[in-house]
Design a protein around this ligand. Structure first.
Ligand SMILES: Cc1cc2nc3c(=O)[nH]c(=O)nc-3n(C[C@H](O)[C@H](O)[C@H](O)COP(=O)(O)OP(=O)(O)OC[C@H]3O[C@@H](n4cnc5c(N)ncnc54)[C@H](O)[C@@H]3O)c2cc1C
Ligand SMILES: *[C@@H]1O[C@H](CO)[C@@H](O)[C@H](O)[C@H]1NC(C)=O
Ligand SMILES: *[C@@H]1O[C@H](CO)[C@@H](O)[C@H](O)[C@H]1NC(C)=O
Ligand SMILES: *[C@@H]1O[C@H](CO)[C@@H](O)[C@H](O)[C@H]1NC(C)=O
Ligand SMILES: *[C@@H]1O[C@H](CO)[C@@H](O)[C@H](O)[C@H]1NC(C)=O
Ligand SMILES: *[C@@H]1O[C@H](CO)[C@@H](O)[C@H](O)[C@H]1NC(C)=O
Ligand SMILES: *[C@@H]1O[C@H](CO)[C@@H](O)[C@H](O)[C@H]1NC(C)=O
Ligand SMILES: *[C@H]1O[C@H](CO)[C@@H](O)[C@H](O)[C@H]1NC(C)=O
Length: 798
C-alpha cells in the first residue's frame, strides 16, 4: 500500500518535473535588456504586471548586496514565496563591465543607469563643497559595481554592536559576525608562487569555505605590489591575514572574485542565479519601491500590507501585497529614504513635506561614513602601473580584454588589493573628545533628539576606548592608478569618525534624491586624525623597498602642511563608499530605528536588512559585514517562521535556537523531520519494500531527468554572446549565472557539470571558479570620475 502510494507520488513528481522543464511563456520571456533575446530565467522579470496585485510572503525592497543574499536564503524554503523588487536593471546589458575586475575601476558603472547619481549636500565642514556619492543600482547593488575588496573589521568593532544593545534578543558580536560572514564565503587560496612573490599571507581558519560567494586573489598582480608588505614591515608592522579579529597590520587582501575565472562574484551571481528557476522566488527589476503600505495596527504597532512601486515618475503605479513581511534592503542611503517616504522617520523631516508621521523615529540620523583622501607619489619611470591600461594607451585595454577573454588572465584581472590598517598610536593621536559635549554639539547642529544624543554618547565612549587599542583608525591603500604613467596613489581613509550627519528626504517625490550629509570633518578630532595620518604615509614612503621606487610626493606636495594640508584634504577627499547607521540597530531610547531582530520599532512586520542597521563603523570595507548581516537576518527570519510541533515528540523542545545539541536533534523543528516521524516504517519487510520502490523510483526519475536534460541541451544553444533563448534545463539548476556564460570557457559543456545536481551550487562552492569583484576606494580627487570614465568622459582617453 505504502509502496503504491510512494510510486504514485513519484510519478506525480516526475510529471511535475517534466512540466517544470517544458514550461515556455514567450511573452514573459521578453528581455528588454537584450531585445532580441528572451529571458532565460522565469524568476527574473521586468514586467510589473507579473507581480502587481499579487501576494508574496516576503517582499524585499532592493535587490542589492543584502537584499539578494537574504532572498536567496529565504528561497531555500519551498514553503514561502519571495518577491524582490530592484530599481535598477538585471545587469545583463552591462555584464562585461560588472564581470571584468579591472573594469570596476576603468569602466565604472556608478554614474550611468547602474548608479543612483547622487551627490552630497554642500558640506559645511568641508569648505562647503558637494561630493559625488556613488551607489550601485541594479541586481547585486553596489556589490555588483564596486572595487571588490573583501575584508572584515576587528573583533572589537562587532563586539561594540553587542555592547550598544545590552540584554537584547539577538546577539551581535564578533563571534556571530565571523560565523555569518564565513557562511557567505568560499575562499580560494592563491598559488604558492603568487603568495611568495607578493607576500600574501592567508589564514584559512579565519575564512569561510563552502559559501556561495567566491573570494580570491587577482590572477595578475602588478610587480610593484610586491613592495607593499615589506615596506610596512620596515616600520615594524606584521604582514598577516586581517580576517582573524585584529586588523592592525599590512596585507594583500582577497577580493570578491572567482580568481580562476577572473570574474566578479556578487550576491546575484552567488545567491540568485543558481536559484533562478524556482517559481517561489521572483525578482522584478527596473521598478522602484516608492512606499510601504500600512493599513492596520496590531497592539498599537503598524502592520505593513505591501508596497507600491513604479518604474519612474511618469509610469503607472502598482501595488503588491505581503503575507508576512516587508524587508527594506535599499542600502544605507535609499532605505532611510523609503522609510521616510512611508511615514517612518523624524516628524521634523516628514511634517514640513506634508507626509503623515506613522512612527516618529530617527531614520537617517547617526549617518556616518569613511572619508578618504588620495595622496599621489611620483615613481621611477618604467614601472608598470594601471595608467596606460586605464587610458588605453596604444590600445592597451583592447589587448588586455582580448587576453582576458582568451584566458581569464592578464592585467584586467587586477583590482587593488594592497592595504593595511594603523591605529591611533601609530599616528601619534591620543586626544579623546568629551563624549557628552561632542554628542550635544552634533545633536544641536542637526536637531537630533535626546535619544540619538544618548546613543552617540555610548558610541563615543567606545570610540574613545579604541584610541588606546589596536582598532583600525585608518585604512591605507596603494592605488595603482596615478595622475600619469609614473605615479601611484596612496589613499588614507578614516575608519572611526566622530562626525555624524543625516540622510533626509527633501521632497515627497520618491524620484528626488535625498539630502545626503555625512558631515565629513564636522568634529575637529577627525580633522586632526586625518592630518596625522597623512604624516604617517609620508613616513611610510621613506621606508624600503618602496623608498627606492617613490621619487617624491606629487600631491598634495611635501611642502603642504598645517592649514594648507587641511584645505588640501578637505578639497579632494570623499566617500570610501561605506555609509551606515541610518536605520541603526540600537535601543529605542538610544536612537534606535530597528531592534536586534532588525524589526523597525513600532511595526509588526517591517525589517531593515542592509548596511543601514550597523550602528557603528567598522575598520573594513563594508561588503563582508553586510553579507554577515544579511546571512544572520535570514536565520532570524527563518527561526521566526519555522514550524514548531504542537506536541514535542521528545524532551521538552525549546523555542529558542540556542538549544543543546541533544535537544536540537529532536526531529520536531522541521517539517521534513515531522513528516519522517509520521510515516516511519516499523518492520524490515516494509523497509525492504520501501527501499526497493525507492531505488526503482530513483532510477526512473534519473532516466526522466537525463531525457529532459538531453532534450534541453539540444533545445538550448547559447548564442554567440552566451545567452540562452529559452528556459534552462533541469530542476531549477540547469543554468548557471550570466557571469559564467560570459567568462572564458564559460560556454558549452564543462560548466554544466557543476550544475547538474539538484543541490549543487548554492551551498557548495563552484569548484573551479571565481568571480571578480570590486574596487573600493576611489575617493581620489578624481573620485567618481573614474567610475564615470566610460560613460561620459571619453575625452579622458587620449
Ligand atoms: C563605488 C563603490 C565601491 C565600493 N567598493 C567596495 C569594496 O571594494 N569593498 C567593499 O567591501 N565594499 C565596497 N563598497 C561598499 C559596498 O558595496 C556596500 O557597503 C554594500 O554594497 C552595501 O550593501 P547594501 O545591501 O546595504 O546596499 P546596496 O548593495 O547598495 O544595495 C541596495 C540596492 O537597493 C536598490 N534600491 C534602493 N532603493 C530602492 C527602492 N526604493 N526600490 C527598489 N530598489 C531599491 C538599489 O538599486 C540597490 O541595488 C563600495 C561601494 C561603492 C558604491
Ligand atoms: C552649493 O555650492 C555650490 C558651489 O559650490 C553653489 O553653487 C550652491 O549654490 C550651493 N548650494 C547651497 C544650497 O548652498
Ligand atoms: C489591508 O490591506 C490588505 C491588502 O489590500 C487587505 O486585504 C486587508 O483587508 C486590509 N486590512 C484592513 C484592515 O484594511
Ligand atoms: C509592539 O512593538 C513593541 C516593540 O516595539 C513590542 O514590545 C510589542 O510586543 C508589540 N506588540 C505587538 C502586539 O506586536
Ligand atoms: C583603444 O585604443 C584603440 C586604438 O589605439 C582603439 O582602436 C580602441 O577603440 C580603444 N578602445 C577603447 C575601449 O577605447
Ligand atoms: C609647494 O611647492 C610648490 C612647487 O615648489 C609650489 O608651487 C607651491 O606653491 C608650494 N606650496 C606651498 C603651500 O608652499
Ligand atoms: C517551511 O520549511 C522549512 C524548511 O523545510 C521548515 O523548517 C519550516 O518549519 C516550514 N514552515 C512551515 C510553516 O511549515
Ligand atoms: C515553491 O516552489 C516549489 C518548487 O516548485 C513548489 O513545490 C512550492 O509549492 C512553491 N511554494 C509556494 C509557497 O508556492
Amino acid at each position: 500500500m505504502r509502496a503504491l502510494t510512494l510510486a504514485l507520488a513519484l510519478v506525480a513528481l516526475a510529471t511535475h518535473l517534466v512540466g517544470a522543464l517544458t514550461i515556455r511563456n514567450p511573452t514573459e520571456d521578453y528581455n528588454p535588456n537584450h531585445p532580441n533575446l528572451r529571458m532565460f530565467r522565469r524568476a527574473l522579470t521586468t514586467n510589473a504586471a507579473d507581480v502587481a496585485g499579487k501576494s508574496y510572503d516576503f517582499i524585499i525592497a532592493g535587490g542589492g548586496l543584502a537584499g539578494l543574499t537574504l532572498a536567496g536564503r529565504l528561497a531555500e524554503w519551498s514553503n514561502v514565496t519571495v518577491l524582490v523588487i530592484e530599481a535598477g536593471g538585471d545587469g545583463s546589458d552591462v555584464d562585461l563591465q560588472e564581470t571584468v575586475p579591472g573594469f570596476a575601476y576603468m569602466k565604472g558603472l556608478s554614474s550611468g543607469p547602474y548608479g543612483w547619481g547622487y551627490k552630497t549636500t554642500n558640506l559645511s565642514s568641508s569648505l562647503n563643497l558637494a561630493k559625488n556619492y556613488p551607489l550601485g543600482k541594479g541586481l547585486g547593488g553596489s556589490g555588483a559595481i564596486n572595487g571588490m575588496f573583501w575584508c572584515r573589521g576587528s573583533a572589537d568593532d562587532y563586539d561594540a554592536w553587542g555592547a550598544l544593545n545590552p540584554g537584547a534578543a539577538e546577539t551581535w558580536n564578533w563571534a556571530e559576525m565571523q560565523k555569518y560572514i564565513n557562511k557567505a564565503e568560499h575562499l580560494q587560496l592563491p598559488s604558492k608562487e603568487q603568495a611568495d612573490q607578493f607576500h600574501i599571507v592567508v589564514d584559512p581558519k579565519a575564512h569561510g569555505s563552502g559559501g556561495p560567494l567566491q573570494i580570491g586573489f587577482s590572477k595578475h598582480i602588478y610587480p610593484i605590489v610586491a613592495n607593499w608588505a615589506p615596506t610596512w614591515e620596515s616600520l615594524g608592522f606584521t604582514n598577516k591575514d586581517l580576517a582573524a579579529g585584529n586588523v592592525r597590520g599590512v596585507t594583500i587582501t582577497p577580493s570578491t572574485m572567482d580568481a580562476a575565472k577572473g570574474a566578479r562574484s556578487d550576491s546575484r551571481r552567488a545567491y540568485i542565479d543558481p536559484k533562478a528557476n524556482f517559481p517561489n522566488l521572483t525578482v522584478l527589476s527596473r521598478q522602484q519601491v516608492t512606499k510601504i503600505m500600512f493599513n492596520d495596527t496590531l497592539g498599537g504597532n503598524l502592520t505593513a500590507s505591501g508596497v507600491q512601486f513604479q518604474a519612474d515618475a511618469a509610469s503607472t503605479q502598482y501595488s503588491v501585497f505581503c503575507n508576512k513581511e516587508v524587508i527594506v534592503s535599499g542600502g544605507a542611503i535609499n532605505s532611510p529614504k523609503l522609510l521616510q517616504l512611508s511615514g517612518i522617520g523624524p516628524a521634523s523631516v516628514l511634517q514640513p513635506l506634508g507626509l503623515p508621521v506613522l512612527a516618529d523615529l530617527p531614520v537617517g540620523q547617526n549617518f556616518h561614513d569613511h572619508v578618504s583622501y588620495g595622496m599621489y607619489f611620483n615613481i621611477q619611470a618604467g614601472i608598470e602601473t594601471w595608467y596606460n591600461l586605464a587610458m588605453n594607451v596604444s590600445g592597451a585595454q583592447d589587448a588586455a580584454l582580448a587576453q582576458w577573454q582568451a584566458s581569464a588572465d592578464g592585467p584586467l584581472t587586477y583590482v587593488n588589493e594592497a592595504i593595511g590598517y594603523i591605529n591611533a598610536a601609530d599616528i601619534g593621536f591620543a586626544t579623546r573628545p568629551d563624549p557628552v559635549a561632542t554628542a550635544a554639539a552634533v545633536a544641536a547642529k542637526y536637531g537630533f533628539p535626546a535619544s540619538v544624543q544618548k546613543g552617540l554618547v555610548a558610541s563615543y565612549n567606545i570610540q574613545n576606548a579604541q584610541i588606546a587599542t589596536d582598532a583600525g583608525q585608518f585604512e591605507i591603500i596603494m592605488h595603482l592608478w596615478g595622475k600619469d604613467a609614473s605615479s601611484i596613489a596612496i589613499q588614507v581613509a578614516l575608519q572611526h569618525p566622530y562626525s555624524r550627519g543625516h540622510v533626509s528626504i527633501a521632497s515627497a517625490s520618491p524620484f528626488d534624491q535625498p539630502i545626503i550629509d555625512p558631515d565629513y570633518f564636522g568634529v575637529e578630532e577627525d580633522v586632526q586624525m586625518m592630518a596625522d595620518a597623512v604624516g604617517w604615509v609620508r613616513k611610510l614612503v621613506t621606508q624600503p623597498p618602496l623608498s627606492g621606487i617613490i621619487t617624491g610626493e606629487m600631491l598634495p606636495g611635501a611642502n603642504v602642511t598645517g592649514d594648507d594640508l587641511v584645505t588640501a584634504f578637505k578639497t579632494t577627499s570623499g566617500t570610501e563608499f561605506h555609509p551606515l547607521g541610518t536605520a541603526s540597530m540600537l535601543p529605542k531610547d538610544s536612537g534606535g530605528v530597528v531592534d536586534t531582530t532588525l524589526t523597525v520599532y513600532g511595526t509588526v512586520n517591517v525589517r531593515v536588512v542592509d548596511a543601514s542597521v550597523m550602528p557603528l563603523q567598522v575598520a573594513a570595507h563594508l561588503m563582508a559585514s553586510t553579507y554577515g548581516v544579511a546571512e544572520k537576518a535570514a536565520d532570524i527570519i527563518k527561526a521566526k517562521y519555522a514550524f514548531k510541533a504542537a506536541v514535542p515528540s521528545s524532551a521538552a523542545s525549546s523555542s529558542k535556537a540556542t538549544s543543546t545539541a541533544a535537544s536540537s536533534a529532536a526531529p520536531t523543528n522541521t517539517a521534513a523531520g515531522a513528516a519522517a516521524g509520521e510515516s516511519s516504517l516499523s518492520t524490515g519487510a516494509k523497509i525492504g519494500i520501501g527501499v526497493g520502490a525507492g531505488i526503482g523510483a530513483v532510477l526512473l526519475l534519473g532516466a526522466i531527468l537525463l531525457f529532459c536534460i538531453n532534450r534541453n541541451k539540444k533545445a538550448n544553444h547559447p548564442n554567440k554572446n552566451g545567452w540562452y533563448t529559452s528556459q534552462p534545463a533541469a530542476t531549477g539548476y540547469g543554468q548557471d549565472s550570466y557571469a559564467m556564460q560570459n567568462v572564458p570557457g564559460g560556454q558549452g559543456q564543462p560548466q554544466h557539470q557543476q550544475f547538474d545536481s539538484p543541490h549543487r551550487g548554492f551551498d557548495r562552492p563552484l569548484s573551479a571558479a571565481g568571480s571578480i569583484d570590486t574596487m573600493a576606494t576611489n575617493d581620489l580627487p578624481r573620485g567618481a570620475t573614474q567610475y564615470r570614465d566610460s560613460y561620459d568622459a571619453p575625452a579622458r582617453r587620449h
